[in-house]
Design a binder for this molecule. Structure first.
Ligand SMILES: [Zn+2]
Length: 321
């Protein structure tokens, strides 16, 4: 899936040996995680590029059958417990990213816009401004895919007015064409129809939306890379500066306690489940081989870190802030 970009990556590591970490150690939340959630943001550097993760809250999802439909809930729950999570719900946390590069302020996805669960929307309720970002100063928004938790933050709740009027909004042509196809509404499941209607009422009328196809450098040190499957044109964004690399996954991998532990598990929300699974495996192999830091939109908080092999499985080691 990412083969065409592999040569773009710096082969900085010959590979990482199995660490033999125990599950409990591997998944222990970073000691500062609760404080970080309360603060709502943290900043780190990838070479000369400044990267800020902005916390947008959580969906305490009790629909256990969205994970590999048919997978017994007790198996999912034991995976969650082993990772130190509650087993009462699947923790779908939200965190998007602000990148400062080449004098530009760039968002990668835009959060829920305080328009989904009451436990989410923190970024729109002052969290983004607390991270030092004013919406009017944002130069660009890069979209991973056009699901509500990633794009509702672009539009005001009742009016659909643009939240980032001065930003160029970039979205992959494949995803854009899929969601703006007028015939889509008749084929979509009920729960996706409002999303399609909102996209069709906004994006084609906004003058600041640009579409791109394939993989390309979209800003200094920022390259769009294909990670199709979760949505038809799902994109991840690869940052590179000096010897540092970061792959912003979007939803190519969601909850690590479930999907890194079980690379074959599937998600009901994946548009093409087999393709999504193949993409996950390719990404995991690549970021381990090339020692690339990753950041996941639904990884919890902190949501950046590295994937390591752990005997027959894989674990996520969050960044220590
Ligand atoms: Zn998502």
């Amino acid at each position: 899936m990412l083969n065409s970009t592999r040569r773009q990556f710096l082969a900085s590591s010959a590979g990482v040996a199995a660490l033999g970490l125990t599950g409990s150690l591997a998944f222990a939340p970073a000691a500062q995680a609760a404080d970080l959630r309360k603060k709502g943001h943290y900043t780190y550097k990838i070479g000369d590029i400044e990267v800020t993760s902005v916390y947008d809250g959580i969906w305490e999802n009790q629909l256990f059958d969205i994970i590999s439909p048919g997978n017994p809930a007790n198996v999912i729950k034991s995976n969650l417990k082993e990772a130190g999570h509650s087993d009462k719900f699947i923790p779908i946390e939200y965190a998007f990213t602000v990148v400062k590069t080449g004098g530009r302020i760039i968002l990668i996805d835009a959060g829920t816009g305080d328009q989904l669960q009451p436990t989410a929307g923190l970024a729109s309720r002052g969290g983004l401004e607390a991270a030092g970002i004013s919406p009017s100063n944002v130069d660009m928004v890069l979209i991973s895919h056009m699901h509500p938790d990633h794009i509702y933050g672009l539009m005001e709740k009742d009016t659909n007015a643009p939240v980032y009027p001065n930003a160029e909004i970039l979205v992959s042509e494949t995803d854009y064409n899929y969601w703006t196809d007028a015939s889509l509404l008749s084929t979509l499941p009920e729960f996706r129809r409002d999303l399609a209607k909102r996209i069709q009422a906004t994006f084609p009328t906004w003058k600041n939306v640009s579409r791109f196809s394939g993989e390309k450098e979209v800003a200094p040190g920022v390259r769009a890379v294909k990670s199709f499957g979760h949505s038809p044109g799902h994109m991840s964004y690869h940052l590179s500066s000096g010897n540092d690399q970061l792959l912003l996954l979007g939803d190519a991998i969601i909850v690590p306690a479930l999907f890194l532990r079980n690379l074959d598990w599937q998600l009901a929300f994946d548009a093409d489940r087999d393709q999504a699974s193949a993409t996950r495996k390719a990404i995991v192999a690549q970021v381990i081989a090339d020692d690339v830091m990753i950041s996941g939109y639904h990884f919890g908080f902190p949501n950046s870190g590295k994937i390591k092999k752990d005997e027959g499985s894989h674990i996520f080691i969050p960044t220590t802030i």
